[in-house]
Ligand binder design. Structure first.
Ligand SMILES: [Zn+2]
Ligand SMILES: [Zn+2]
Length: 311
């Protein structure tokens, strides 16, 4: 079989294969504290996805080289620091509440009180994805939250490496807060261990810059790259106010709340031709600006003077 045909056919099944492989790697390394701290499994997954982006080239790909340093910095900060910082700030308060009012560290006295194990797994998946869907929608409609979140929307192409390009506060509100809350509720720890990787992996894969087909079933359950590209479309689809496809891991909330958008032609999903900020603002390679400007802390004096045009 010619290589091009092989690449095309494998692009039809690579998505479920990657979901499963990533899930097994994540769950399999859960009990290794060193791997957990250094997030080896997350880095491995990132490198595999980046390599596959080269194999499955996307037709509207836009070079992201000029923001490479920003992408690496933002990813490192959000992978290694943001979660710890938020836990440091929020956990004392979250632990204080049940301790003070109920005399214990969790809200629910025993995990069994929340129902059978399988029900807890489903409950966690639904609670996490429901929270993230509405938080993400709010991050588009609230003026201050949009100031923070709009940096994520300045990227001009989906890539595995820009999944975590976000202001840390924006990232924490959407991607970390709910997991810290879950830990204090009192769910079965095993149910949390089995479900958290599933939601994280779906979020990570949504930014995969590879030209892969997910198929109708996966596109209605998960936020696949085909679904998430429309969320980043430079032109907001007709009939929608801020954006479409707000789900972080599951697409069915968008279907339920009327924000799902994945037009088809002859059964094949169409993709937006141009990704970027809906107001046409270009991408921002300066990480400090992404970090400080939404809070009004980035002085104009730090901006490099505009280059003098050549004679
Ligand atoms: Zn968004
Ligand atoms: Zn995104």
């Amino acid at each position: 079989m010619p290589v091009r045909k092989l690449i095309f056919f494998s692009s039809l099944i690579i998505l479920p294969v990657l979901y499963l492989a990533m899930y097994l790697v994540e769950v399999g390394t859960r009990h290794q504290p060193i791997a957990q701290t250094l997030k080896f499994e997350a880095l491995l997954v990132l490198f595999v996805m980046m390599a596959l982006e080269q194999v499955y080239g996307y037709r509207y790909a836009v070079s992201q080289r000029f923001v490479l340093a920003r992408d690496i910095t933002a990813t490192a900060v959000n992978k290694y620091l943001t979660g710890a910082a938020l836990a440091f700030l929020v956990l004392p308060l979250l632990l204080y509440l049940p301790q003070h009012f109920l005399g214990r560290k969790v809200f629910i006295a025993s995990p069994g009180a929340l129902g059978p194990f399988w029900l807890q797994v489903i409950l966690i998946l639904l609670i996490v994805s429901f929270f993230r869907y509405w938080m993400h929608r709010w991050q588009h409609s609230n003026e201050f939250l949009w100031k923070l979140h709009s940096y994520h929307h300045r990227i001009t192409d989906l890539r595995a490496l820009n999944t975590e390009v976000s202001n840390p506060l924006d990232f924490a509100l959407r991607n970390i807060l709910i997991f810290i809350v879950l830990g204090v509720v009192g769910f079965d720890p095993l149910a949390i261990i089995l479900t958290v990787p599933a939601t994280n992996i779906s979020g990570q894969i949504s930014h995969w810059g590879a030209n892969i087909r997910a198929g109708r079933l996966l596109n209605t359950i998960f936020v696949t790259p085909e679904v998430h590209r429309w969320h980043h479309s430079a032109i907001i689809p007709d009939g929608h106010k801020y954006s479409v496809n707000y789900g972080v891991e599951f697409a069915f909330w968008d279907i339920l709340f009327g924000t799902y958008h994945l037009p088809q032609e002859n059964g094949v999903p169409l993709q937006p031709e141009r990704l970027g900020h809906p107001s046409g603002i270009g991408d921002e390679p300066n990480y400090l600006k992404l970090l400080l400007a939404p809070f009004g802390l980035y002085p104009r004096a730090w901006d490099k003077p505009a280059p003098v045009p050549a004679e």
